[in-house]
Structures are given as structure tokens and as C-alpha cells.
Design a protein around this ligand. Structure first.
Ligand code: NAX
Length: 328
């Protein structure tokens, strides 16, 4: 039998955690032959720890065959011990009267501490996915706080935006999502992200030619994908949770198990590709193989695309500026 893999999840008693943990334990993340150990982190707050115990009772009651052990933690130094995968979901939500700057700072504190803990105790190959918002900047902070781990192992979740874009394009073209390839999203996980279907194909045909409607792209598609999170809050009274958990599973599963040549989207530290400053955690089109991702090279950036990429990049650079005094 395979050696169990250790997966840490932070914010484990939250909404996304409630959808995510059961799927990991079921083998959806690492494969149906891969035993798993879950190491769950919540804030020390008594209510949060109690809620976490309740979630673990339910996990126990599923009697998942692949699940070897589940542990509850309030300290990242124990939660991240020897982990192979870290899903950083917990973050500070915006409270009443809280400015954007306060939000950035509160999260910068959390992700500095967690980055340092990963640096100290995680597996030297730990794969990190940041889901908690602002996801790209939080991933950047964690990466900068973990100088002894490979920077390329710190990623942010753009996969929900990617999946939302796929679903919208499928609906517009009347084709099944499974038939659409080479779709991806540039930039920040925020309404400024740029979902790009210029290279996408469906059954070998160009999606752009099939849709052939630039106004739809600009006025319907991009705003719909960009504001989808807000639309879900408006409809459900709560933010996206099951779809976010599903996207986190997709991201890490594809990273570890490979995409077989298919394109997907990951928020990864830039290597300078497409003029994105090195180290910026940016949504790029990638393929993955043997646990490594590769940014797709050589795509043409037309004027419209460049304009959209600049907007989302500038937002990220501003966020980084806002936390510079904390991470340097
Ligand atoms: P919840 O508020 O339901 O749960 C968050 C949990 O994290 C809480 O239980 C809280 O106690 C815990 N937490 C807070 N700080 C922590 C810390 N320092 N260590 C450990 N646990 C901590 O939020 P939920 O709906 O689960 O969303 C979690 C995060 O995902 C939010 O930041 C949210 O904005 C973000 N999202 C990111 C998405 C993406 O595509 N990247 C999409 C969905 C989601 O909005």
C-alpha cells in the first residue's frame, strides 16, 4: 500500500472546509488508491475549536476507507508538521467598517505566521494552495515568509474563475464543458481577472469564431465571470463554498496528478512570462506533469488583452505595495 500523504487544511470549520474535507477524505484530491492524513487548523477561539471537533465527528462517521487519521490544531507549527499539501483556506473576512487596507494587513499577519510555520516544519516539497482572500497577495506573503521552500510551490486559486468561465462559454456555445479546451484566466482572483477564450477550442473548432461576438465577451462574459462571487452571495446569502472547494480539489489534483497536456489555470509566481514582474502571483495558462506546472509560452497578447492584463496586474501591485512594510 502507498504511504499516507499528509494534507493540512486551515479554516477547517468554515463553509469551504465543510465541503472540502469530505472530498479529500473520499480520495477526490490525491486518487482513490492514496491513503490520507488530515491535519486541520482553526483559530484557538473556543467556538471555532468546538465546531472543528463537530466536523471531525462527522468525518469519523463517514468511515472513509482512505482516511488514516484526522487531527485538530490551533497552532500552525503542529498543523503543518510534515505536510505534503497545505490548503490555506482560513482568512480574515472583511468586518464592518474595515478598510481594504486593514483587511490586507490582518491577512498579511496570518499568512506571515503560516508561511514561517510551513518553512519550519512542512515537507520540503509541500505544495501550497491559498484560497483565503485576497488569495494572490496572501500566497505572495506566505511564499516570502518561507525562504527555505521552493517559491514555485506557492500557488493561489484562480480555478474557480476558470471553471466559471468554462461554464459560461459552454452555455453560450451550446456545447458540453468537457468538450472545451485551452480556456484560461489571467491575473488576480478578483473581479479584475481576465478570462481569455481566444485560444479555446470546442471539438477542434475555435470558440472565438463560434461565438464571434466581441461585445458579448466584453459586456456580458467578463462581467458575469468577474462578478459571479457577488451574484452568489446575493442569491444564497452566503459566499460560494461547494464550488470553491471543488475548484481547490481541481487545482491540487491537476498539479499532483497531471493534466495530460490539457491547459488549465493556476495562480503561480511569475517567472517574467508575458511581462508580469517576477514573483508576482498571477493567474497563467499552464499544463502540469510529474507534479510540476509549466506556463504556456508564446501566446499573442492583442491590445484588448494587454489592457485587461494591465488592470489586473496593477491591482496586484497595489495590494503588494499595501503590505510592503510587513514583508519587504
Ligand atoms: P468562513 O468564514 O466560513 O470560514 C473561514 C474559517 O477560517 C473560519 O472558521 C475561521 O475561524 C477560520 N480562520 C480564520 N483565520 C484563521 C487562521 N489564521 N488560521 C486558521 N483558521 C482561520 O469562510 P469560507 O466561506 O470558508 O471562505 C474562506 C476564504 O475563502 C475566505 O477568505 C473567502 O474570501 C475565500 N474564497 C476564495 C475563493 C477563491 O476563488 N480564491 C472563492 C471562495 C471564497 O470566497
Amino acid at each position: 500500500a502507498k504511504t499516507p500523504m499528509r494534507v493540512a487544511v486551515t479554516g477547517a470549520a468554515g463553509q469551504i472546509g465543510y465541503s472540502l474535507l469530505f472530498r479529500i477524505a473520499n480520495g477526490d484530491l490525491l486518487g482513490k488508491d492514496q491513503p490520507v492524513i488530515l491535519q486541520l487548523l482553526e483559530i484557538p477561539d473556543e467556538k471555532a475549536q468546538k465546531a472543528l471537533k463537530g466536523v471531525i465527528m462527522e468525518i469519523d462517521d463517514c468511515a472513509f476507507p482512505l482516511l488514516v487519521e484526522v487531527t485538530a490544531h490551533s497552532d500552525p507549527m503542529t498543523a503543518f508538521k510534515d505536510v505534503d499539501v497545505a490548503l490555506l483556506v482560513g482568512a480574515r473576512p472583511r468586518g464592518p467598517g474595515m478598510e481594504r487596507k486593514d483587511l490586507l494587513e490582518a491577512n498579511a499577519q496570518i499568512f506571515t505566521v503560516q508561511g514561517k510555520a510551513l518553512d519550519a516544519v512542512a515537507s520540503r516539497n509541500v505544495k501550497v494552495l491559498v484560497v483565503g482572500n485576497p488569495a494572490n497577495t496572501n500566497a505572495y506573503i506566505a511564499m516570502k515568509s518561507a525562504p527555505n521552500l521552493p517559491a514555485k510551490n506557492f500557488t493561489a486559486m484562480l480555478r474557480l474563475d476558470h471553471n466559471r468561465a468554462l461554464s459560461q462559454v459552454a452555455a453560450k456555445s451550446g456545447k458540453p464543458v468537457a468538450a472545451i479546451e485551452k480556456m484560461f484566466v489571467w491575473g488576480n482572483h478578483s473581479p479584475t481577472m481576465y478570462a481569455d477564450y481566444r485560444y479555446a477550442t470546442v471539438e477542434g473548432q475555435s470558440v472565438k469564431d463560434l461565438i464571434n461576438d466581441h461585445a458579448w465577451n466584453k459586456d456580458v462574459f467578463l462581467p458575469t465571470v468577474g462578478k459571479r462571487g457577488a451574484a452568489i452571495i446575493e442569491a444564497r446569502g452566503l459566499s460560494s463554498a461547494a464550488s470553491a472547494a471543488n475548484a481547490a480539489i481541481d487545482h491540487v489534483r491537476d498539479w499532483i496528478l497531471g493534466t495530460n497536456g490539457k491547459w488549465t489555470t493556476m495562480g503561480v509566481p511569475s517567472d517574467g512570462s508575458y511581462g508580469i514582474p517576477e514573483g508576482t502571483i498571477f493567474g497563467f495558462p499552464v499544463t502540469t506533469e510529474n507534479g510540476e506546472y509549466t506556463i504556456i509560452q508564446g501566446l499573442e497578447i492583442d491590445a484588448f488583452s494587454q489592457e485587461r492584463i494591465n488592470v489586473t496586474l496593477n491591482e496586484l501591485l497595489e495590494e503588494r505595495e499595501g503590505v510592503k512594510h510587513l514583508v519587504g
